[in-house]
Write a protein that binds this ligand. Structure first.
Ligand SMILES: Cc1ncc(COP(=O)(O)O)c(C=O)c1O
Length: 391
């Protein structure tokens, strides 16, 4: 016998409904519409690495898959092997000393880590200072915490214009987010600039959250410095590192947060209420990657550099003025002609069957720009560039 249930509403909360639709979600829907119309799309939109997981990482993972203790619940802070590898990486690569017991925590990707840091630290009414062109989670997690995102403009050279922050907003600010090398603008950072950001955070009683997702993707000899290299940075800084980009392990969902012990403890307190540690097998796989980054990273970066060069030279030969980025896996370009943002993205899909990301996905200040990801071999990218310049 069936009874008629009272009509129920399973709407998301008012807060979630008040947050504007995720632009990447809209891009997905538009892609699907083109696929449904029978088009085979070349997706240069999302920054999802296409190169293989390093063979040494695969071998380590295969061996680990049979280890009995790895099927139990993971430790909250992280697997000791992973935290040791993360600590080794920070010391070897940046000269940073992080105590695995106090200064490190594994996370299920830096996107979740970023959100959890904000949710663990921010109260309603607090301000989070976010770069004006931003990776969306910075703003969305702030909104989920009932805090206020305040956008910090860029200067001409792509650094944060800290002097432009309104004093009343600065007074309420708890967190300053920085993301260099920057997605999507590709702006790089040097140690002097990291020092300026750390000093600003310290002077104003802020936590600097440095998102170093593109730590290893540097070209022409560029190597991104860590904010934690700045003397005394541990007092007011945490930094996010991920296996997603440096090691082609985006689906593994594994990274770590390093820095201030009190923030790590707050993050731990937050995470213990909502989940366990990051999954053990991805952590074990990522241990092999971070421990052997010196051998693993160079061929990955060399391939990206070849792709970057193919794109830049093709665009340049056809009259587009494009500067080769020194880091990340993107070109950040002006939308040509009279197209508006979605108009250009639709035009690329309809006419060339190529997906690019509208700059709007990174906030209003991204309007008029678009992003191309280096996620196909060089010859495919060169063909795509030839098609786009025709537009
Ligand atoms: C700037 C930035 N931060 C964080 C992330 C998230 O990376 P993860 O895969 O570690 O969550 C991305 C992914 O594109 C990114 O571009």
């Amino acid at each position: 016998m069936t009874s008629v249930a009272p009509s129920a509403s399973f709407q998301p909360t008012r807060l979630i409904r008040s947050i504007p639709q995720y632009v990447f979600w809209e891009l997905e829907a538009r892609k699907q519409a083109h696929r449904d119309a029978g088009h085979n799309l070349l997706d240069l939109g999302i920054g999802s690495p296409d190169q293989p997981v390093p063979p040494s990482v695969v071998a380590h993972l295969q061996e680990a898959a049979g280890r009995r203790e790895l099927s139990r619940y993971p430790a909250f802070r992280g697997h000791p092997e992973f935290l040791a590898a993360a600590s080794h990486y920070l010391t070897d690569r940046f000269g940073v000393h992080a105590d695995p017991a106090r200064h490190l925590m594994s996370v299920a990707g830096s996107k979740e880590g970023l959100a959890e840091i904000i949710l663990a630290l921010c109260e309603p009414g607090d301000v989070v200072l976010v770069p004006e062109v931003y990776y969306p989670v910075y703003v969305r997690a702030t909104q989920l915490a009932h805090a206020e995102p305040v956008l910090v403009p860029f200067t001409e050279n792509g650094t944060l214009d800290l002097g432009a922050i309104a004093p009343e907003k600065l007074a309420k600010a708890r967190v300053l987010i920085s993301n260099y090398p920057c997605n999507p603008t590709t702006t790089t950072i040097d140690l002097a600039e990291q020092t300026r950001l750390v000093e600003f955070a310290r002077t104003n009683g802020l936590l600097l959250v440095s998102d170093l997702a593109y730590a290893e993707l540097g070209y022409d000899g560029y190597r991104a410095p860590s904010a934690l290299e700045v003397p005394g940075a541990m007092e007011c800084t945490v930094e996010l590192h991920t296996a997603s980009k440096s090691f082609n392990m985006a689906s593994f969902r594994v990274g770590f947060v390093a820095g201030n012990a009190q923030v790590i403890a707050a993050l731990d307190a937050y995470r213990t209420n909502t989940g366990y540690g990051a999954a053990s097998l991805p952590q074990i796989a990522a241990s092999a990657a971070f421990a052997h980054y010196r051998e693993i990273v160079p061929p990955i970066v060399a391939e990206y550099q070849t792709r970057r060069d193919a794109l830049v030279s093709t665009f340049t030969e056809h009259g587009w003025s494009v500067t080769a980025p020194k880091a990340t896996m993107y070109l950040w370009l002006d939308i040509p002609g009279a197209h508006d943002d979605w108009g250009w993205v639709e035009h690329c899909m309809r006419t060339y069957h190529i997906v690019v990301t509208p700059g709007l996905a990174f906030g209003e200040a991204g309007r008029g720009k678009f992003r191309i990801s280096f996620v196909q071999p060089a010859d495919v990218l060169a063909d795509a560039a030839r098609a786009l310049v025709g537009g």
